[in-house]
Design a protein around this ligand. Structure first.
Ligand SMILES: NC(=O)c1ccc[n+]([C@@H]2O[C@H](COP(=O)([O-])OP(=O)(O)OC[C@H]3O[C@@H](n4cnc5c(N)ncnc54)[C@H](O)[C@@H]3O)[C@@H](O)[C@H]2O)c1
Length: 316
């Protein structure tokens, strides 16, 4: 039986990845310190298929309780929403630097393939749209978002160096905005914000003019991209965007949310946070070419699933 180690597996994307791995017949070990995740996301798995280890991956790893050999290391541990990474700024810098080094060393020791969850934030506030993997980005190195953006960029540099220096079979995936069930209602990202506010009949909070764009990838599509990258041969060192290229303005997105909720759209304007990117749209031609991957879930369908999840959690 093949084995995968997933850091951050109790979180939103990580828990969906664990579901997919288990459905592929893989045994999974999850390392998570529950900084922003929850074991409830894995409650439907038994210990035989999914081993849960409560651990801060920025600390030296507990080799005595981990398997000696695994087939894949998926490194997803990191706060991901601005609300969480501002609250956990130093921890975010640590998990994406020191934590990434521990994960890379473990992958080397156990002869595993390594998959780094990086981010479109590596591009910062971009001057080109859509963003191809070859674009170097425009990132403020010392701003309020830099604990996340720059530590992810460091993680990419470290991973690339483990490929060049130690011949590690690693790939770097830059995730763009992903959404779906198991997002936290209060994590401040636009999808849970709008869905929660719509369900409670509140005005939707829009930052700035609402003309900034985002593109939203449903979580099952995201996980399919991760899995394809994990099983693809001959792509060591490759960096691949995983996201949905269908770009829309935040205002347009707010209209769709209100329509699904069956409410009249009301907007509560808020000032734009510093360094907020004005556009976000992945160029996914590389993912299409080398993984045969592209997102398939219609935004409306994915949003309806997300609404169902929030309702099941007790939102009105
Ligand atoms: N969701 C998105 O739209 C998105 C976009 C780009 C990149 N990403 C990346 O994908 C990954 C997963 O994001 P998510 O949205 O599922 O976030 P999440 O907050 O739901 O999950 C992150 C998980 O990592 C765990 N974690 C954090 N610090 C840890 C540490 N020091 N040790 C062990 N575990 C730790 C948390 O407890 C949580 O379970 C992150 O690396 C994030 O940067 C996500």
């Amino acid at each position: 039986m093949k084995t995968a180690l997933v850091t951050g597996g109790a979180g939103f994307i990580g828990s969906h990845l664990v579901d997919r791995l288990v459905s592929e017949g893989i045994r999974v070990v999850v390392l998570d310190n529950l900084a922003t995740g929850n074991w409830d996301n894995l409650a439907h798995h038994d210990e035989q298929h999914v081993t849960r280890v409560l651990w801060d991956v920025s600390e030296p790893w507990p080799d005595d309780i981990l398997p000696r050999a695994v087939d894949w290391v998926f490194h997803l541990a990191s706060p991901a929403s601005p609300v969480h990474y501002r609250r956990l700024a130093v921890q975010t810098l640590m998990v994406n630097s020191v934590g990434t080094k521990h994960a890379l060393d473990f992958a080397l020791r156990s002869h595993a393939r390594f998959i780094l969850a990086s981010t479109s934030e590596s591009y910062g506030d971009p001057e080109v749209s859509p963003q191809p993997e070859t674009y170097w980005g425009r990132v403020n190195p010392v701003g309020p978002r830099s604990c996340y953006d720059e530590s992810k960029r460091f993680g990419e540099a470290l991973t690339s160096e483990y490929v060049r220096t130690y011949d590690l079979d690693a790939r770097i995936l830059r995730f763009f905005n992903c959404y779906g069930p198991r997002m936290q209602a209060e994590d401040g990202r636009v999808v849970p914000n709008f869905v929660r506010q719509a369900l409670q009949g509140e005005a939707l909070t829009v930052y700035g003019t609402g003309q900034q764009t985002r593109s939203f990838c449903y979580v099952s599509d995201e996980v399919d991209g991760i899995w394809r990258a994990a099983v693809a041969d001959g792509i060591a060192g490759e960096i691949i965007n995983i996201g949905n290229p269908e770009e829309r303005t935040i205002l347009n997105f707010a209209e769709m949310v209100a329509d699904i909720a069956g409410i009249t759209l009301q907007i509560e304007p808020r000032p734009l946070p510093p360094d907020d990117p004005t556009n976000r749209c992945p160029d996914i031609s590389k993912a299409r070419r080398i993984l045969g991957w592209e997102p398939r879930t219609d935004l409306r369908v994915g949003l309806e699933e997300t609404f169902r999840f929030f309702r099941s959690q007790g939102s009105p």
